[in-house]
Design a protein around this ligand. Structure first.
Ligand SMILES: N[C@@H](CCC(=O)N[C@@H](CS)C(=O)NCC(=O)O)C(=O)O
Length: 219
């Protein structure tokens, strides 16, 4: 049975999974989410009441959470690109970097964007300031960590790079990466050149007007 992916092409976490699917040319059927209360949205809610996306349905089984989805794909639909190394210690480093990008880049980035679409009276000034400070600290740590590295966890493209690509892509739009962090800029450029991510970025271009802070005229 074909994998069903409930997703939207402009969503950062959906792009994380799309990269993994494109890396191994894994066949799937897109169940496009939104806008509004579509049947696909109702199916998502029925399968995962927290309604975070993407999810996949593989042979009738619902798989949630992007990192788990990518691990699931590696176990059940392996291809030539192994996104989790076989060596357990190397895999641990990949999982660490994946957590870093989700928790300390994508999460504060999302907090700033979601705050911007609230009514002015509901905005969280302190929360946004904390999110911006977290991004600056995370960029600084990443800049040191990436010195001498090509991909996030070393030599080969992995789950961590699937997480990094959309997270850094949108984070730089939301809270620009400082010029001092040249290793991060170079890594972000490498990610944009990776065909799997370049494809996800291209497919999302028609939706750039949805970016609440105004998409910059680049990338
Ligand atoms: N930890 C989740 C995060 C997924 C997530 O937050 N997805 C966003 C779309 S990029 C979402 O569902 N947003 C809707 C919402 O927050 O209500 C994962 O890795 O799958």
């Amino acid at each position: 049975m074909t994998i069903e992916l409930y997703a939207h092409p402009f969503s950062a976490y959906c792009q994380k999974v799309l990269i993994a699917l494109y890396e191994n040319a894994t066949p799937f059927e897109l169940r496009m989410l939104g806008p509004g209360e579509t049947p696909e949205m109702a199916e998502l809610a029925a399968r995962w009441p927290l309604k975070r996306f993407p999810i996949i349905v593989d042979d009738g089984v619902t798989v949630i959470e992007t990192s788990i989805i990518i691990e699931h794909l590696g176990l059940n639909h392996p291809g030539p690109v192994r996104l989790i190394p076989d060596d357990p210690r190397a895999a641990l480093e990949v999982r660490l970097m994946d957590r870093f990008f989700d928790n300390y880049i994508a999460t504060p980035q999302g907090r700033i964007v979601f705050d911007s679409i609230r009514a002015p009276a509901d905005r969280d000034k302190l929360g946004v300031a904390q999110a911006r400070a977290m991004l600056d600290t995370a960029y600084g740590w990443l800049d040191k960590t990436m010195a001498g590295r090509h991909w996030a966890a070393g030599g080969t493209f992995s789950l961590a790079d699937c997480a990094a690509a959309p997270a850094l892509f949108y984070a730089d739009w939301t809270h620009p990466i400082g010029q001092a962090f040249q290793n991060v800029h170079a890594y972000r450029r490498r990610l944009l050149e990776r065909p799997s991510f370049a494809r996800a970025v291209d497919e999302a271009r028609p939706y750039r007007k949805l970016f609440p802070l105004g998409a910059p005229d680049r990338d």
